[in-house]
Design a binder for this molecule. Structure first.
Ligand code: C2E
Ligand code: MG
Ligand code: MG
Ligand code: MG
Length: 281
């Protein structure tokens, strides 16, 4: 625009920052109203056992559907929600909704479905997440043995002492913990040893070029082998092609998520992919 033209640098930057601050406030207000108006929803992406092809779980992925505008992806609003603290009530809504969904599928006669929920840094380190999870488990009747909480490695490394304590409390409730986007942070696998982790999710950026880039193939291989030696379950994220899937299968990766099986979908579309419970006899 014409902002700042002919003006000095000081006023130029002030105007730019002012515009940014206004946009910031507008978005913050919109996010707040979105909660009140119930414009958030959860999509679910199947997590598939590579050996059997069975859908063993789903990952809950947040979506924002404003009334008269296209759906907004989490990448476009979670950073701001995190910055403003709105991630706490939004994250709480996500946890409760996912737990209720797990119960609803159980009550519909489906085999227990593991539900994975993403926790942001602020949610995990800033509030008493263990206490909230305990209260929501009690309130919803969700089975903790089929609940996984995903956190990124950077969250662990930001405050290892607090993270260890919180993870210990969650693990004691029977909840499983997964490291999301593994490989994108700076932690080594060995440094994860002190945390009570159940699964590692290999970041999509390594899976993407697996069949073309020998380095990525070597990294994925090494992660699978080392994770297994530490008795960790390994999930590959962002599997898009049959070639990638074949590679992962050959190298013993346990589970996968990706467009080659299914994109994240509405809960109603997940039901057809799940098995009926086999405990009727
Ligand atoms: P994430 O937890 O690593 O989730 C995986 C992302 O990869 C999802 O993006 C999913 O749609 C996408 N994906 C899955 N398979 C493929 C594939 O084969 N190809 C490609 N290109 N992408 C694939 P989405 O749903 O846009 O979510 C992005 C990120 O937003 C998530 O990454 C997570 O960090 C965050 N997020 C989503 N929901 C929540 C939530 O409820 N709470 C918090 N704190 N963060 C969330
Ligand atoms: Mg995730
Ligand atoms: Mg991920
Ligand atoms: Mg990711």
């Amino acid at each position: 625009g014409s902002k700042g033209q002919g003006g000095n640098h000081h006023s130029f930057y002030t105007a730019e920052m002012g515009a940014q601050a206004v946009e910031h406030l507008r978005m913050e207000g919109a996010l707040q109203r979105a909660l009140q108006r119930q414009e958030f929803l959860l999509y679910y992406q199947p997590v598939v056992d590579i050996g059997s092809g069975v859908v063993s779980g789903v990952e809950a992925l947040l979506r924002w559907q404003p009334q008269d505008r296209p759906m907004v992806s989490p990448a476009d609003f979670i950073p701001l929600a995190e910055e403003t603290g709105l991630i706490v009530p939004i994250g709480d809504w996500v946890l409760e909704t996912a737990m209720r969904q797990q119960v609803a599928w159980r009550e519909a006669g489906l085999s227990p479905v593991r539900i994975s929920v993403n926790l942001s840094a602020r949610q995990f380190l800033g509030q008493d997440v263990a206490q909230r999870v305990a209260a929501l488990l009690a309130g919803t009747g969700c089975d903790p043995a089929f609940l996984t909480l995903e956190i990124t490695e950077s969250v662990l490394m930001e405050n290892p002492a607090a993270a260890t304590e919180t993870m210990g409390r969650l693990a004691a409730m029977g909840v499983q913990l997964a490291i999301d986007d593994f490989g994108t942070g700076y932690s080594s696998l060995a440094s994860l040893k002190r945390f009570p982790i159940h699964s590692l999710k290999i970041d999509r950026s390594f899976v993407m070029d697996l069949t073309r880039d020998a380095d990525d193939a070597a990294i994925v291989n090494a992660v699978i082998a080392l994770a297994h030696s530490m008795k960790l379950n390994v999930i590959a994220e962002g599997v898009e092609t049959d070639e990638q899937l074949a590679f992962l299968q050959r190298h013993g990766c346990d589970q996968m998520q990706g467009y080659c099986f299914s994109r994240p979908v509405e809960p109603g579309r997940i039901e057809a992919m799940l098995q009926p419970a086999k405990n009727f006899h």
